[in-house]
Write a protein that binds this ligand. Sequence first.
Ligand code: NDP
Length: 331
Amino acid sequence: MFNALIIRKDDQQPKPQQQVALEQVDEQQLPEGNVTVQVGWTTMNYKDALAITGASPVVRSFPMVPGIDFAGTVVESSDPAYQKGDQVVLNGWGVGEKHWGGMAELARVPGEWLVPLQAPFTQKQAMGIGTAGYTAMLCVLALEKQGITPDSGPVLVTGAAGGVGSVAVALLAKLGYQVTAMTGREQEADFLRSLGAAEIISRDGYSQPGRPLNKERWAAAIDVAGGQVLANVCAEMRYRGVVAACGLAAGMDFPATVAPFILRGVTLVGVDSVMAPYADRLQAWQRLAQDLDITALEKVMQEVPLEQVQELAPQLLAGQIRGRLVIPVAD
Ligand code: NDP
């Protein structure tokens, strides 16, 4: 038997109700997979908070163990790539949505979903970085693939005080880029400077409809906002600038014109972390291990017990949580 946070849904009419509770679960109930992992640490992402509160239909089958990412130690494996005792990390693949996730002492997954934990990270640090940080690295890699270097010019990061944004700022600064951090939270300016941001700008002015083209400012951008913010960022890109778009914090829509693309040769690259192939995941985690200075991020890691995630989920959705919530599970 092992401890797991379980989300159940009843058939109550007219509106089915969702219940979330810590339960003792029989190992036989674990889903299919050829590697069983003792989960050391997990984290609470925005998507996990949606799943736990039921605020959005993230969970596709019930009962479900939430937790879209985890770091742990292999306890059983019939995959030749992994032996008992190996330390591993998992991000995405629908875990915590349609396959039991990281908020349980044990997880069972197909071996090809895992990536070896990269030294020098501990399991706790890997979860402090989490899916947000791994996505930030995928965005940096996407810019590099398009030929962007620190000599290209200033880089803008939107939602800079959030999970993806803060790691993107830290990574780009360490790599020698001149980083401008866009935030809606002025009080986070010191934190953003501590991560290496050279300039902080306010999100005000980017959230309203703007002109198809504006003064050229950015050689590259990492955008977590989407919506009107992304449209305005595209309008400010320099000639042949590159935007890596990974989020929808400002909205799912994209009320832009083609002007930046056909008149300035701007490239918009989409970044998805959930189904990214193994080679890209491994490269992202290797580059995080090489290029991320984790000290500033460690200051904003908040350790919370599994028992508290239900209480914290609505606060996370309301933007009231600062930093990264890391959860010890069976460490
Ligand atoms: P967080 O909640 O940690 O951060 C999001 C940040 O976006 C906030 O901190 C805020 O930045 C900013 N923001 C909030 N509301 C708005 C708004 N209305 N307009 C503009 N900016 C806003 O989330 P994450 O960093 O973990 O995720 C960011 C986005 O990326 C989400 O949409 C998430 O779904 C997506 N995502 C996508 C992935 C993929 O695979 N493509 C993987 C992971 C995340 P500030 O505090 O600086 O004001």
